[in-house]
Design a binder for this molecule. Structure first.
Ligand code: T3D
Length: 261
């Protein structure tokens, strides 16, 4: 499929989706969101891809939903429909895709743009980037997964502060708070993203996907449920060629060469 508002590129086992409306700070239109769904399906269906990077073109990651997008804010039903039909599938796909996802936050991530960054497994931001729960500024409540991810990552006090005050959180503080994995100097950002994406793509892909499932289920489970889930997931991991390779490599005192199956 050809895309107009995003780019989908592949380098080796790494796929990169770039939100590509730099003149609008990669504000999200319904068309763009439709393309994002299609691109995520394309990536999920490509067995050669073992890590996904989501980033933005130009100076922003994404300024959230395009406030001029016709047909989004026409009324309560329309707004709800956009969330249910456009955003929820993307957030679900990012959570469920069976490979590691990395948000490369090159600049401001605001509103639903912030939500998309948080829906990825790991986020690395350039030091000059920031995270903004912009919703209150325009009289909206948070959406696209923000109320799920924020308190789980940084706790209620900080989630409430970010949401009610709607002030930009600079990337270094976001890392300090545990909202993201790492903030790096701008000059080092592209190389840091490439290195981490490469590293993830060389990992035991199926085990990483199972680990994602276990951690995602954890907040809603009690200890017994989580122990049962771990046994189920580990039984699957133990049946993979990558586990056989990982164990053999350890015993043979050599680096493991995972193939992703
Ligand atoms: O159904 C639903 O509920 C839909 C889902 C909604 C979820 C949401 O995401 S709601 C939140 C929407 N986002 C915002 O409210 C953020 C709006 N943008 C900003 O507050 C600022 O742009 C930033 C703080 C992100 C960056 O500020 P700054 O000063 O670096 O840039 P700027 O000058 O404001 O923006 C540059 C251009 O991008 C500008 O256009 P111009 O003047 O050059 O022609 C600006 O209008 C445009 N732009 C930025 N954000 C959006 C946008 N255009 C449309 N929609 C935007 N969200």
């Amino acid at each position: 499929m050809t895309y107009q508002q995003i780019l989908l590129q592949r380098a080796g086992a790494v796929a990169r989706i770039t939100l590509n409306r730099p003149d609008r700070l990669n504000a999200l239109t319904r068309d763009l969101l439709g393309e994002l769904v299609a691109a995520l399906d394309e990536v999920a269906g490509d067995r050669a891809v073992r890590a996904l990077v989501l980033t933005g073109a130009g100076r922003a990651f994404s300024a959230g939903h395009d406030l001029g997008d016709p047909g989004t804010f026409g009324g309560p039903a329309e707004t709800r429909d956009v969330l249910e039909r456009c955003y929820a599938p993307i957030v679900r796909k990012l959570a469920e895709i069976e490979l590691p996802t990395l948000a490369a936050v090159n600049g401001v991530a605001a509103g639903a743009g912030c939500s998309l960054a948080l829906a990825c497994d790991l986020a690395i931001a350039a030091n000059s980037a920031s995270f903004l729960q912009a919703f209150a500024r325009i009289g909206l409540a948070p959406d696209a997964g923000s109320t799920y991810f924020l308190p789980r990552r940084i706790g209620q006090a900080r989630a409430l502060g970010m949401t009610l005050l709607a002030e930009p959180l600079p990337a270094p503080r976001a890392a300090e708070w545990g909202l993201i994995w790492q903030a790096v100097p701008d000059a080092e950002f592209p190389a840091a993203i490439d290195a981490l994406a490469e590293r993830l793509a060389k990992g035991p892909t199926r085990a990483l996907a199972l680990a994602k499932r276990g951690l995602a289920a954890s907040p809603a489970n009690n200890l017994e449920q989580q122990l049962a889930l771990e046994a189920e997931l580990q039984a699957l991991a133990a049946g993979t060629a990558d586990f056989r390779e990982g164990a053999a490599a350890f015993l043979e005192k050599r680096p493991a060469k995972f193939e992703g199956h």
